[in-house]
Design a protein around this ligand. Structure first.
Ligand code: TYD
Ligand code: MG
Length: 452
C-alpha cells in the first residue's frame, strides 16, 4: 500500500487541520480532533477519486419519473421516510446505544413478507439476532442474517443474494480493505459510508445503516456522515420511558418535519398512531398543577400534559428544574409571570415536567406551562376540559402559533370542550363543536382558566 498521508478532522464539526489540535477553532469543542489517513497521499480519500463520467443533458430531454417508493409495511417508518424507502437510497439510522435502533431495523425487515432482505451485523451473532427476532411478530420468508465486519464481504453477499433492502448494524463496527485506520475511526466510518453509497446507487438497492451517537448527542463523524447519506433518521427517547420518537434530520426524498412515534414493548416496537391518548393521564380531573397543551412536533399535532409543582424554597436560592422543556425558556416565562402578571415566585421552587417523557420544543406550549405553574402555586385545579395553545412574549402578550387549525382539530377529536387560542389568529374555517376563546394577554388567559 502506498504511504498514507494524514490530516486531522474535528469529529464534532468536520473542520480540518494539518496538525492535532486540543480545541477546535471552528466549533470550540475540546478533544474532538481525530487523525484521518488518506490512503494514497493525494489528499483525497479513495471514494472521492472514483465516479462515473456523466454528460450534460438538456432539461427538456430529461424524463422525470416520480420517485418509486418501497412500502416497508411500517406506517411510522414510511411516514418519516416521506412515503417509503427510495430504491438505491442510503439511510442513516442514528441514536444512543440501547434506544432501540437494532430492534427497529430488524423489526422492519421482519415485516417484509416474501421480499428478500439482508440484515448484516457486526455487533451480534446470528443466534443472538434470531433470539431477538423471535420476540416480534411477522413471518419473513426471505430474511437473511449475516454476522460480518468486512464491508467487502458484506457487499459480496449482497451481490449474490440480491436483496431488496439491506440493513448494516452498525457503521462503526465494519471496516473496509486498504485503510490502515482502526474500526470505528472517522476514516473508516466515512470511507465505509462512501463505498456503501456508491454500491447503493449502482445496484439500486436501498441500505439502512445504523450509527451510534456519542454522549454529546453527535454521530461519530457526524458532519461527514450526514453529507454522504441521503437521509438521516434520529431515534430518540428517554431510557426510562417507553416512547420512542423517530425523526428525519435530513431527507433528500421528503420533508424533515414528519415524526414517527413508537412504544417499546416486550414484543418489540409498537406503532403509536394516536399519541395524544397515551400522553394524557386519565385521572387529571381536580388536580392542581396540570394543564393540557395542544402541541405540534414535526408536522404532527398532539395534546400533552404539562405538570408543574411550585413549593416554598427550602434554601436561599430557589430551584428551577424542567424535564422535557428548555429550562432557560422556563426561567424566561417565570420572569414574565413576575414582571407582567405580578406573581411573586422569588422564594419558590418550580419543577416542571412534560408527562410521558417526551421533549417538546414547540413555543406554543408556553401558555400551558404558565397555567400549570399558576395552578400549582394557587393550588386550584384548572378545568380539565380546556386545552391551551399560545406562545408568550416578553411583554406578557400571547402570540399567534403555527398550525392552529390542526391543534384545534386534535383537541376536538379528543373530546375537549374549550380551547384557549391567541387573539387575532387567522382561522380558515371554524367548526362549531369546540368553543374557542381568544386571549391577548397572559392575565386574560388566567382569568378564564381560574374561575373561582
Ligand atoms: P436495541 O435495539 O438493542 O438498541 P440499540 O440497537 O439502539 O443499541 O434495544 C435495546 C433495548 O430495547 C434493550 O434495553 C431491550 C429493549 N427491548 C425491548 O424492550 N423489547 C424488545 O422486544 C426488544 C428486542 C428490546
Ligand atoms: Mg444495536
Amino acid at each position: 500500500m502506498a504511504k498514507s498521508t494524514v490530516q486531522y478532522v474535528c469529529s464534532s464539526c468536520g473542520a480540518k487541520a494539518p496538525q492535532m489540535l486540543g480545541r477546535c477553532p471552528v466549533c470550540g469543542e475540546w478533544g474532538t480532533y481525530e487523525a484521518e489517513y488518506l490512503p494514497d497521499g493525494t489528499g483525497r480519500t479513495a471514494s472521492a477519486k472514483r465516479g462515473t463520467a456523466a454528460k450534460p443533458q438538456l432539461l427538456q430531454d430529461i424524463e422525470a419519473q416520480e420517485e418509486q417508493r418501497i412500502d416497508v409495511h411500517n406506517g411510522e417508518f414510511n411516514r418519516v421516510l416521506g412515503g417509503g424507502l427510495v430504491p438505491g437510497s442510503l439511510v442513516l439510522l442514528g441514536g444512543e446505544p440501547g434506544i432501540g435502533k437494532s430492534t427497529l431495523a430488524l423489526q422492519v425487515l421482519m415485516q417484509q413478507g416474501d421480499r428478500k432482505t439482508l440484515y448484516a451485523s457486526g455487533e451480534e451473532s446470528v443466534q443472538q439476532i434470531k433470539l431477538r427476532a423471535e420476540r416480534f411478530q411477522g413471518q419473513p420468508k426471505n430474511l437473511f442474517l449475516l454476522a460480518e465486519t468486512s464491508l467487502e464481504r458484506i457487499l459480496d453477499h449482497v451481490r449474490n443474494i440480491n436483496p431488496e433492502i439491506v440493513v448494516i448494524d452498525s457503521i462503526q463496527t465494519i471496516s473496509t480493505d486498504g485503510l490502515d485506520a482502526s474500526i470505528g475511526s472517522l476514516t473508516q466510518v466515512r470511507e465505509c459510508a462512501a463505498r456503501i453509497l456508491q454500491f447503493a446507487k449502482e445496484s439500486n438497492i436501498p441500505f439502512i445503516i445504523i450509527g451510534h451517537i456519542n454522549k454529546e448527542g453527535a454521530l461519530a463523524g457526524p458532519k461527514v456522515l450526514e453529507h454522504i447519506v441521503d437521509t438521516v433518521l434520529q431515534f430518540e427517547g428517554d431510557q426510562h420511558y417507553m416512547y420512542r420518537i423517530l425523526r428525519a434530520q435530513k431527507n433528500r426524498f421528503g420533508s424533515t418535519s414528519e415524526l414517527g412515534i413508537y412504544e417499546m414493548q416486550q414484543s418489540g416496537l409498537r406503532e403509536v398512531t394516536n399519541p395524544s391518548e397515551l400522553l394524557l393521564s386519565t385521572a387529571r380531573e381536580g388536580m392542581s398543577g396540570i394543564s393540557i397543551a395542544a402541541a405540534v412536533e414535526g408536522a404532527r399535532p398532539f395534546l400533552i400534559e404539562v405538570q408543574a409543582l411550585v413549593s416554598s424554597a427550602a434554601y436561599g436560592t430557589p430551584q428551577r428544574s424542567s424535564t422535557g422543556f428548555d429550562v432557560r425558556r422556563l426561567n424566561m416565562l417565570l420572569a414574565v409571570l413576575e414582571k407582567r402578571v405580578g406573581f411573586k415566585l422569588l422564594q419558590k421552587d418550580v419543577f416542571l415536567n412534560i408527562a410521558g417523557g417526551i421533549k417538546v420544543n414547540d413555543p406554543a406550549i408556553d401558555l400551558a406551562i404558565l397555567a400549570a405553574v399558576l395552578s400549582s402555586n394557587m393550588d386550584i385545579a384548572l378545568d380539565a376540559e380546556t386545552a391551551v395553545a399560545g406562545e408568550v412574549g416578553l411583554a406578557g402578550e400571547i402570540r399567534p402559533v403555527a398550525r392552529i387549525e390542526q391543534r384545534i382539530q386534535e383537541a376536538q377529536k379528543l373530546g375537549f370542550k374549550r380551547m384557549i387560542i391567541p387573539a387575532g389568529q387567522h382561522l380558515h374555517h371554524k367548526n362549531g363543536q369546540i368553543e374557542l376563546i381568544e386571549v391577548a394577554k397572559v392575565a386574560d388567559a388566567f382569568r378564564i382558566l381560574i374561575k373561582k
